[in-house]
Design a protein around this ligand. Structure first.
Ligand SMILES: Nc1ncnc2c1ncn2[C@@H]1O[C@H](COP(=O)(O)OP(=O)(O)OP(=O)(O)O)[C@@H](O)[C@H]1O
Length: 422
């Protein structure tokens, strides 16, 4: 059912907002999602979804401190929006950011939201409180104006520490709304929330109640929307994809999480593994994640903005599998293809002589040279320090211009060094 919530503010031209106060669209849901913290093991967290309601968006107020004036952008005022209210089940900023990431993946799959936080298509308000273990929850503050997923985690982490410091200094937390200042990485007080507002709620006379049919197997009619019929239209959701990737392609959980987080990478993976069935799936996923994704991150690039085609990637993976090229050459190809998008992989390999050297005689000559150049490492190796081999392998890589086949080099060096020992 829909209700009117009345309040007076410049961003609300009607003087009221249509929302759902008495009977929201859904209650008591649950969401489970992976939490990824750099340097830590991935774990799954569960959060209760208290309520999902439909309401009208307001306009956007812009306060210009320097000119001492306020502007209001009414373009989005009155548009429908979906609000999700979660229970206070999360413990860190990373957990909150991971929850929002999962929500974004789901909403994008459903094609109900672009989820572009920078455009305000998805907005997050974070409620934060601290308490001693076993005690009830403390007084909460609400942080608004969070403009990116990274800011969610930063704002919450900041606010947790601010509250801890305040209490440690003998102060008290006030129930207030604060704003995230991304530039200075801190939250600043906006207004207090101590006074309960009377919104003069009333049933919305222009919108009749929405009737849902919850019976399994039911069909939608003009008067009744069938939840079962709607759920049949739901595409595969991110968690199901992760499980499918693990089962169908024998990938590990971390790899599946990364692929699902980057839909374009997942599309490449499916495309390449389908067309190159002879290549182990791990070769493809390793290349896409360790090389392509890493290159994009380093170049501050979204994977979808990297102008390398699926066919080019396929050629590189094939080259890696057949040992025509090695990993260094594959990395160089990514860079070359990105900077000259019309070039072809085959031509680039020729032009830049990226072909891997597998000829055994040449490799033997390189290894002999490397043994001469690295007497210290050879000595250590003979004394039983197996790791010293890396230095000699590195020398071969240098001599060969990173082109020697490393598998053959290691085998050749081991044979040479071990027979010299005897
Ligand atoms: N003590 C607490 N500590 C941390 N979070 C809390 C605490 N109490 C409630 N919350 C969380 O605060 C949120 C309350 O959101 P809700 O939209 O219902 O209220 P509100 O913030 O008063 O509304 P509005 O955003 O319209 O001002 C919920 O996500 C809830 O889990």
């Amino acid at each position: 059912m829909f209700d009117r919530k009345h309040y007076f503010y410049a961003d609300l031209p009607n003087g009221y907002q249509i929302t759902q106060q008495r009977a929201a669209l859904a209650n008591n849901g649950k969401m489970s999602f992976p939490v990824i913290t750099p340097g830590k093991k991935v774990y799954y967290k569960s959060v209760q979804l208290l309520q999902l309601q439909l309401e009208q968006d307001s306009g956007k107020s812009l306060h210009d401190e320097q000119l001492k004036r306020s502007l209001v952008d009414l373009n989005r005022a009155g548009l429908p929006l979906m609000e999700l209210v979660f229970a206070p089940d999360l413990e860190t900023g990373e957990e909150a950011a991971s929850l929002v990431k999962e929500l974004m993946l789901i909403l994008r799959r459903l094609q109900t939201c672009s989820c572009k936080m920078e455009e305000g298509a998805l907005r997050v308000d974070a409620n934060i409180s601290i308490h001693q273990e076993g005690d009830p929850l403390g007084v909460r503050t609400e942080v608004k104006n969070i403009g990116s997923v990274r800011s969610i985690s930063q704002a919450i982490t900041y606010e947790i520490h601010r509250q801890l410091d305040t209490v440690a200094e003998g102060g008290a937390i006030t129930n207030e709304t604060r704003s995230w200042d991304a530039e200075n990485r801190r939250t600043v007080a906006m207004r207090d929330k101590e006074v309960l507002q009377d919104y003069r709620f009333m049933p919305e006379p222009n919108l009749p109640p929405l009737h849902l049919n919850l019976k399994p197997g039911s069909k939608s009619t003009e008067e009744l929307v069938s939840v079962a019929a709607l759920s049949e239209e739901i595409p595969e959701l991110p968690e199901d994809t992760r499980q499918r990737l693990v089962e169908q392609y024998q990938l590990n959980a971390e790899t599946a999480i990364i692929l699902v987080n980057e839909p374009i990478l997942l599309a490449y993976f499916v495309n390449i593994t389908r067309d190159l069935s002879e290549v182990p799936t791990k070769v493809t996923s390793n290349f896409l994640i360790n090389d392509l994704l890493t290159y994009c991150h380093k170049s501050n690039l979204n994977v979808e903005d990297c102008s390398i085609t699926a066919n080019d990637l396929k050629s590189i993976v094939k080259g890696l599998h057949t040992e025509q090229i090695n990993l260094q050459a594959a990395r160089q190809l990514i860079q070359l293809l990105h900077t000259s998008p019309t070039a072809k992989v085959k031509e680039l390999i020729e032009q830049h002589s990226l072909e891997q050297i597998c000829d055994l005689e040449t490799i033997e000559a390189y290894c002999q040279q490397a043994i001469v150049n690295q007497p210290k490492a050879v000595q250590q190796y003979h004394k039983g320090k197996a790791k010293a081999l890396f230095a000699i392998v590195g020398e071969v890589a240098k001599i060969s211009g990173q082109k020697a086949n490393m598998k053959s080099v290691v085998a050749c060096l081991e044979q040479m060094l071990n027979s010299a020992k005897k």
